[in-house]
Design a protein around this ligand. Structure first.
Ligand SMILES: C[S@@+](CC[C@H](N)C(=O)[O-])C[C@H]1O[C@@H](n2cnc3c(N)ncnc32)[C@H](O)[C@@H]1O
Length: 244
């Protein structure tokens, strides 16, 4: 584990699976939230950093929105895949807790579904704050903390959502997803209550300026996400550097 914030070995081991999974258009939940995400981020022509970029699908969205994009991930194979797809303008292989990037450089930092993997969330948020310009903003996506702790009892759209155990505390989860014959393993991510993230944002000098619990778009007659019309799957936060 490097600098206490990323299990590089883990993500390196599953990089091929993740790249195949994430690159299939209209495959996983990402695609049902994509328009809403673009709307939340908004068009711009400034410098954007996609931290924890994976194979680059968020970077490609940022480029489409007009930004000059730097794509960064701790895992070489992820950055190589992002570069092969011309996802960004610049690339960096780096741990988010130690970015090899100048301070006050970015108008926008996006951390999309990567902070749950991070061991030391406060350290990563402090580093993001450092590279943001004073007037810049962070857009953060998490798998919603409620989602991690609860489950639908079956696949019916109106199935009860139950909580086993407790919402509180820090807990490590493991799992795998299979969809249309493609599998991806998640051999470890942290679930933490919302207040933990809010405390870490405040501790890094970042103030929340918007929060969304987005709804999935119903697309192509697929209703696989109907349950997530009732319970939020993702949590999106916009935060801006506080003037000290
Ligand atoms: C679930 S994937 C999400 C990838 C991409 N953001 C997306 O939504 O398609 C999480 C990514 O975060 C990266 N990651 C995890 N911890 C990191 C850290 N501390 N610094 C940089 N990247 C990290 C992993 O290597 C992986 O590519």
């Amino acid at each position: 584990m490097s600098k206490g914030s990323v299990d590089r070995d883990y993500w390196s081991a599953v990089a091929d699976e993740w790249i195949a999974w994430a690159r299939l258009p209209d495959h996983d939940a990402f695609w049902s939230y994509r328009s809403a995400l673009s709307g939340f981020i908004g068009k711009g022509n400034g410098a954007a950093l996609d931290v924890g970029c994976g194979e680059g699908r968020v970077s490609r969205e940022l480029k489409t929105l007009g930004y000059h994009v730097t794509a960064c991930d701790a895992v070489d194979a992820m950055v190589a895949a992002a570069a092969a797809a011309e996802s960004a303008d610049d690339y960096a292989v780096a741990d988010a807790a130690a970015l090899p990037l100048d301070s006050d450089r970015f108008d926008l930092v996006v951390a999309y579904n990567m902070l749950m993997d991070v061991e030391n969330v406060p350290a990563v948020l402090r580093e993001i704050r450092r590279v943001l310009r004073p007037g810049g903003r962070l857009v953060l996506s998490l798998v919603h903390p409620f989602r991690n702790r609860g489950r639908f009892v079956n696949t019916a759209p109106d199935a009860p959502f139950v909580l086993d155990g407790t919402y509180y505390g820090r807990e490590r989860f493991e799992g795998e997803e299979k969809l249309d014959g493609v599998r991806v393993r998640f051999t470890g991510w942290w679930s933490q209550p919302l207040e933990t993230y809010v405390d870490a944002l405040a501790g890094a000098g970042l103030a929340i300026t918007a929060l969304r619990e987005p709804l999935p778009e119903q697309r192509d007659g697929r209703n696989a996400l109907q349950q997530w019309m009732r319970v939020p799957l993702f949590l999106w936060v916009e935060a801006r550097p506080l003037a000290w």
